[in-house]
Design a protein around this ligand. Structure first.
Ligand code: NAD
Length: 417
């Protein structure tokens, strides 16, 4: 792998990157990251302090998933993580790859292991190029709870009771009881943990203020009454700590001077209409999954959206994991394996890598931070210019766009100048 690759020596010293946790994945995105690391990172940056984990299905299977546990522990220790997209194998893939068992989603283990507060997904902009939204769109998706942590069983007709037994051994509370008349039912239990919602609110409002965008809280609380507290927590924190600052910045003119709540179905429509951008949304886990995919589609490509998991270590330090919003791009990988040309847009993954490198440097501070941000801004410029000079990938430039390999070498050439 790239960690062992040899590179021609240069007559200047490389920047020494502080340690980051590097989680490798699978398919097209892994292939393209190897090209990028070989051509755009290794010649300029010394990466021997990185802790590397191969979280491909094959290696997770071979290590009985110890590699995932080690990766999570490394991330909690170092606080700055880059992750390539990974495959959560379907039943067919389990057979095809000859795995011992169906492996669970690594993302779930990471969100839990790093006390995930939010997954921040923002539009990426290239100055001079119009993508979907003119101004930035920010999104914070609660990283835990809801449908993702649900327990369920398929059951016949009968009585269904959900009971809560408090840890302090006080009297049990019946949440709900009902009679199921159908012969076939699926019963589901889930909950929304609320302890870290204040952290989420602070994170969201400070980001909106810094980016100068209008904040909206999205829920379906009109019908899903249990979502009321998500809104209430945000509203209290906003009124107490942020309202004045947002008013001073002139960011509440469209919302009559108050924090506005949007019902999630209305939010899906507004996202299509508000193409000027300049807004932020915060929502529960599942709504955030849907709405951010809609945003990605409007903004031209999942390659133009970031995806950062923000968590907290036991000692209260921020853990930041940077990844792209898309998956392993299996369709292009299959085309590549058939010997066909592909045109993968690596910007989302590169923003993630630069984010992790900058964050690791920020944790160290001093000269390291200065040289690292210089390198990452040069890399960002090289990518933006490649897009600007009509040498982009096909999701932006159409059929004349460059192939995956040609795009990476163009960026590398610009960077070396
Ligand atoms: P995907 O995001 O990989 O691809 C969806 C579509 O968008 C494809 O047509 C793809 O070609 C296109 N696309 C995505 N990113 C692109 C880019 N940067 N440039 C150009 N085109 C791009 O989703 P999928 O096909 O549903 O999933 C493939 C695999 O990825 C699955 O095995 C899934 O489990 C995994 N996945 C992983 C993650 C993660 O690790 N965070 C997230 C989603 C999916």
């Amino acid at each position: 792998n790239f960690m062992n690759s040899e590179f021609r020596s240069r007559d200047y010293t490389k920047i020494v990157s502080p340690p980051i946790t590097y989680i490798a994945g699978e398919e097209m995105t892994r292939y393209c990251m190897d090209l990028i690391l070989t051509q755009c990172v290794n010649p300029f940056v010394e990466i021997s302090k990185w802790e590397y984990f191969d979280c491909s299905c094959k290696n997770r299977d071979a290590t009985d998933d110890q590699v995932l546990k080690d990766a999570v522990a490394s991330g909690a220790k170092l606080g700055s993580i880059f992750k390539e997209p990974t495959v959560t194998p379907s039943a067919t893939q389990v057979k095809q790859m000859g795995l011992k068992k169906a492996l669970p989603s690594p993302n779930g283990a990471m969100r839990k292991g790093w006390n995930g507060i939010t997954i921040s997904r923002d539009t990426i902009h290239i100055p001079g190029i119009e993508l979907g939204f003119k101004e930035p769109v920010l999104f914070d998706r609660h990283a835990v709870g809801g449908e993702y942590g649900a327990g369920w069983k398929a059951v016949g007709s009968g009585k269904l009771v959900t009971t809560f037994f408090p840890d302090d051994d006080t009297a049990p509370v019946i949440i709900e009881g009902r009679h199921l008349k159908d012969k076939n039912n699926v019963a589901v239990v889930y909950h929304n943990p609320l302890d870290n919602v204040p952290d989420l609110a602070h994170h969201f409002f400070s980001r909106c203020l810094e980016a100068k965008v209008v904040p909206y809280v999205v829920t379906k609380k009109t019908v899903f009454k249990w979502q009321e507290s998500f809104w209430q927590i945000h509203k209290e924190i906003f009124d107490k700590d942020y309202k004045k600052k947002f008013l001073e910045a002139g960011l509440l003119e469209k919302t009559r001077g108050e924090l506005q709540h949007l019902i999630s179905d209305a939010a899906t429509m507004q996202i299509v209409r508000w193409l000027d951008g300049g807004f932020g949304m915060v929502s529960h886990n599942y709504d955030g999954d849907m709405l951010t995919d809609e945003i990605a589609q409007i903004h031209r490509s999942p390659g133009f959206i970031t995806s950062n998991l923000i968590g907290k270590s036991k000692s209260g330090n921020m853990i930041k994991e940077f990844e792209a919003s898309h998956g392993t791009v299996a369709d292009m990988w299959n085309a590549h394996l058939r010997g066909e040309e592909t045109s993968f847009n690596p910007l989302g993954m590169l923003e993630a890598l630069m984010g992790a490198m900058n964050h690791a440097a920020a944790l160290q501070g001093g000269e390291t931070l200065k040289v690292m941000t210089h390198y990452t801004s040069s890399l960002r410029n090289a990518i933006h210019n490649t897009f600007r000079y009509g040498e982009g990938t096909r999701d932006l430039s159409g059929p004349t766009g460059l192939t995956t390999e040609a795009f990476v070498s163009k960026v590398a050439k610009r960077l070396a100048r």
